[in-house]
Design a binder for this molecule. Sequence first.
Ligand code: PHE
Length: 414
Amino acid sequence: MSFRAVRSRAPRGESVSRNLLFQHKHNVTYTVPKLKDFSPEALDKAAEKLLASLEKEAAEVKSESDWKVFRDRWIARKNGILAQVNDQWLKAAPKESKRDVGQRVNDLKSKVEQTVEASQNPDKRGPAGRAKTRSAAPSRAVAEVSDACLDITLPGVRRSIGAEHPIIRAMNEMVAVFRNLGYSVQEGPEIETDYYNFEALNFPPNHPARDMQDTLFIANQESKPLRERLLLRTHTSPVQIRTMEKMKPPIRIVIPGKVHRNDPPDASHSPMFHQIEGLAVDTNITFGDLKGTLDHAMKAFFGSSVKTSFRPSFFPFTEPSAEMMVSCFICGGSGRRGSEPCRPCKQTGWIEILGCGMVDPNVFEFVKNNGYDSRKLSGFAFGMGPDRIALLKYGLDDLQVFFQNDVRFLRQFA
Ligand code: PHE
């Protein structure tokens, strides 16, 4: 292809005479008017007129040479209609309208360019033009391409099939354990309101327990009432409330999902991580049910030889609250690996896996209109971190490998 063939601008002086020719041949009379009034209404009108003429002239394009004339009349740098619009509308606009006129002229420019490109004669279009425009004859296009570059003797392209990310895999396995116990799966939004993330979970405004959560707040929310302000959820617990608002008791649910906290990334922290939440509400649910359920789940997930242990803790939305430990499945609880100290459990023989507790009656107060009467019902809840569980399960020492998406790492799980 020669250089001339791809230039899109008419040689000097040519556009004017071509303009006349086009106007004569197609009996079009549109000329760019000088504007006196730069009000939005007047500009709207002027743009409307211009676009109507553009459409009309585009419809008249019947051949390659028609198209070239059409193109130059509208977009030639020297004296094309767009250039005139620039001179007579934008440059002439008073200071206070410049911004508005500038935006309108840009808008017109892209519409004109699109129309010019789209009206190019399909027969003479190059491959790029064909791909971009909507009305090229598809069958002919395919035939041309096939003739030119399809070699049916070449081997096909094998697409690589993706694999489950190790964290998602660990989450699915854990969720499956609870599904087998009759739990159903619920999800909720990652951008959450203060109400669901804190208030309805019994974190009063200014309660110090909010500080533990290193919340990432969405900017510029100060004008809203506190409970409506948006943040990135710091835990999956807001979905407890969202679910109790829409499902009547009794319920048994697990909630896998992403959560966010303002923690700088290091070997054991990430500003984005995952949680699996669980909630069971019914009549006569006891702390014994909580312990039995979680003990069973840990045995099903890590193997029947692991033991569980609970120690007191605090969460505003559970009372009493506990942390659960699992006996270290790396060293079998001994704290040593041969002559070496066991690092994952810090030689204690125990690994902290989750927070849990009995649903605080104050939480039921927020959903009492959907049948959650704290005098008749009780429940337990828990929240665990599958990232850490996957880290331990796959024997890794740096959480960051999960989020760097290095295929050499990920391929090992395919
Ligand atoms: N949401 C708590 C956290 O992120 C964990 C938790 C969930 C504790 C459910 C108790 C009950 O730390």
